[in-house]
Design a protein around this ligand. Sequence first.
Ligand code: GDP
Ligand code: IMO
Ligand code: MG
Length: 428
Amino acid sequence: MPAIVLVGAQWGDEGKGKATDLLGSSVDYVVKFNGGNNAGHTVVIDGETYALHLLPSGILTPGVVPVIGNGVVVDLGVLFEEIDALEARGVDTSALVVSANAHLLPPYNRSLDKVVERFLGSRRIGTTGRGVGPTYADKMSRVGLRVQDLFDEKILRQKVEGALVQKNQLLVKVYNRRAVTVDEIVDELMGYADRLRPMVADTSLLLAKAIDEGANVVLEGGQATLLDVDHGTYPFVTSSNPTSGGACTGAGIPPTRIDRVVTVMKAYTTRVGEGPFPTELTNEDGVRLRKDGGEFGTTTGRPRRCGWLDAVVGRFAVRVNGTTDFVLTKLDVLTGWDQVPVCVAYDVDGVRHDEMPMTQTDFHHATPIYEYLEGWDEDISGARSLAELPAAARRYVEAVQELCGAPISAVGVGAGRESIIAVRDLIG
Ligand code: GDP
Ligand code: IMO
Ligand code: MG
């Protein structure tokens, strides 16, 4: 079995961490292929809660090799804090491998992310403020710093000097911050070099060999389809490609090696930060969903905006990612409603749209056309097969599958590792 891609269908926080964890010990490698510590994955194992940001979720499964791919931006301070925190809880992180081509997230980009947002005022994106956007911008502008630069201090110094020519102008003259010195940046980054060195590898080569040998490789996306810088609700997106195509570039694995695309979709919708969200509930129903679903950000603690499931988004995710399987999460959160609306199409200024509108202006004008499905009251958290679900909950799963156009292979009914209905194997 070659590689499986696992991505989010909506605006993030679908439960990708739990879904990766679910694949468990039949997986040999879990590769994070995009993003940085803007991600936040909560995984609950035996009642213990783990919050992961930069590390791939596979790190919690003994025997799995966790890999940080070339497409990731790495804040080294955060990386080692996260490693130390997990080690202190008895998680063995020694198998972690980091790509030599991954980009380093330097401290000045954290400052810039925050200060740019402040200057944008009402036009802000609502970023996580972790410096992720500016670091991807540096990568594309060819003034980025890479993991491998730590192994040649002279080169690192030259690159930092080059980057600071622009960054200090921005920091001082535009944003009224203090300038940073080459020495302070180089010293901070070099302070991690010795500890990082044994973890660094050519991860594209490592994974190619592993796949040749029949290993199971999971490519785990941070963020999600509608936060994709190309396919999402631009400019209210993250600065990487969390869709399945990004898995290839972000891990160095060709599309011909990928044979399954698992798309994780929440049974309703949430969004953190600014940007359009057609099914958003700004009334007490939204407050109820947030409370029932515990919808507060894993990374920033911000309350997540909540709304009903949007099947137009679901179909879009299937099309853009090539979804072979859905994992439908948090079905248990929908327990207790008389009716559960699902958005089946949009009304855009009087015209029905069954697909995502072509322009952002139209998307901003989209109002949902709902189909109202029957609700259920029974506690479903103990169900371990579709047959154990109340008929209305089963019909909800079937309707979502039909409306979105891909089979649902697992259904989440609680936060714990065991709280899952496995419909068909995701591996094999
Ligand atoms: P990710 O960023 O996609 O990994 O998702 P997050 O971890 O940010 O958010 C998902 C949240 O929902 C986490 O707190 C999970 O523990 C929780 N969760 C995942 N699946 C389920 C589920 O099926 N039911 C419930 N009630 N919670 C779930
Ligand atoms: P996981 O992996 C939800 C959102 C931010 C903001 C936009 C840009 O946990 O699903 P950034 O800091 O990336 O430049 O912010 O993207 N965002 C997320 N929203 N879950 C995430 O990750 C997110 N990562 C970024 O809120 O709107
Ligand atoms: Mg999250």
